[in-house]
Design a protein around this ligand. Structure first.
Ligand SMILES: [Zn+2]
Length: 92
């Protein structure tokens, strides 16, 4: 199984284009089923990120990250900011 550092590398390489996140393949199962959600302050675009694989339901929560340019975000004060995020196994 991949460890947290593999997942952090995927997050660091994530980009947003045309309102869609562009992500690589899952470090654990290798399927291109990754999803990400950045939940941030609207002014600084700094907050935390949830990155997970919809196929194997593994992922990470990473705090104090900045959403890349063009990446869709949710806001920290939005009570529905994590709506639709599945319950996934977090690499700590
Ligand atoms: Zn996976």
């Amino acid at each position: 199984m991949a460890d947290r550092s593999n997942w952090l590398r995927v997050l660091a390489q994530a980009s947003g284009q045309q309102g869609r996140p562009h992500l690589g393949e899952c470090p654990d199962c290798r399927l291109p089923r990754l999803q990400v959600r950045f939940i941030v302050n609207p002014d600084t675009r700094v907050g935390y990120a949830l990155l997970w694989c919809a196929a194997c339901l593994r992922g990470v929560l990473v705090s104090r990250v900045r959403a890349p340019e063009g990446m869709p975000v949710r806001l920290l004060d939005d009570p529905l900011s994590t709506e639709g995020v599945p319950d996934f196994l977090r690499h700590e």
